[in-house]
Design a binder for this molecule. Structure first.
Ligand SMILES: [Zn+2]
Length: 237
């Protein structure tokens, strides 16, 4: 009798183990680490771009003066628009976040987690989405930042800044500028896009508007395409 009980339990264990292993395998296949290759043909086909919606979770970022909406929420909407525009142009897009969350309860490890996503996803480019604010309501206009001494990032920021000026025709035309942001510390071309000022009521209204968000995202995408076009002619020369 004891032998039979032992036999039955061993068989049960074995069957369980085999089931567990194959199930684990299946689960792994169903959830690839990288997002699916984007099949859409376009000028950005073959490029992987990390889009980072700045802030999130405990870190709200700036706050809109009139609507009181947090920057983290507008960043998320805008990052979604970036994704749509870039995918339409053929890029493979990785998002750092698509919901309201932080990756750590302190700033530095939170940013480290985002940078690691760019490494893990073998991103060719990093775009970090933010909204600006200033103590005076007069300041306005989108502005792109790059890291000093990063020539490719400087070129990219110039392409995006020019496309935003020509497409959006902001009242105040800002220049792309060097900025000391930890999010810009990778070797791939990386820029931080300050889409506009939440401290300016007029611009706040625009930044919350779906149609304006789309326009801005398309301008950024045009700048990205221009950058890769310039780099590819550089390679041919
Ligand atoms: Zn911000």
């Amino acid at each position: 009798m004891r032998k039979i009980v032992l036999y039955v339990s061993v068989v049960t264990l074995l069957v369980g183990a085999v089931y567990f292993l194959s199930y684990g395998q299946e689960k792994e296949n169903a959830m690839p680490v990288l997002p699916k290759e984007n099949a859409q043909p376009g000028p950005l086909q073959g490029y992987t771009i990390l889009v980072d919606a700045g802030h999130g979770g405990y870190d709200g970022g700036a706050r809109a003066g009139v609507s009181k909406v947090w920057e983290k929420e507008i960043n998320l909407q805008m990052a979604g628009q970036f994704r749509q525009a870039l995918e339409k142009a053929g890029a493979r897009v990785i998002m750092t976040r698509e919901e309201d969350k932080a990756f750590a309860d302190k700033k530095r490890p939170d940013l480290d987690a985002r940078l690691q996503m760019a490494r893990d996803g073998q991103a060719d480019m990093l775009l970090s989405v933010h909204m600006n604010q200033y103590h005076s309501a007069m300041e306005s206009g989108p502005q792109v930042f790059y890291r000093k001494d990063q020539e490719n990032s400087r070129l990219l920021s110039g392409c995006i800044q020019a496309a935003m000026i020509s497409r959006l025709q902001p009242r105040k035309e800002r220049k792309a500028m060097a900025g000391d942001y930890y999010m810009l510390s990778l070797d791939i071309p990386s820029v931080l896009v300050e889409c506009g000022f939440l401290s300016n009521p007029e611009e706040e209204k625009m930044l919350l508007d779906d149609a304006y968000q789309k326009q801005l995202a398309e301008a950024v995408c045009e700048g990205v395409c221009e950058y890769f076009a310039l780099k590819s002619t550089e390679k041919m020369e």
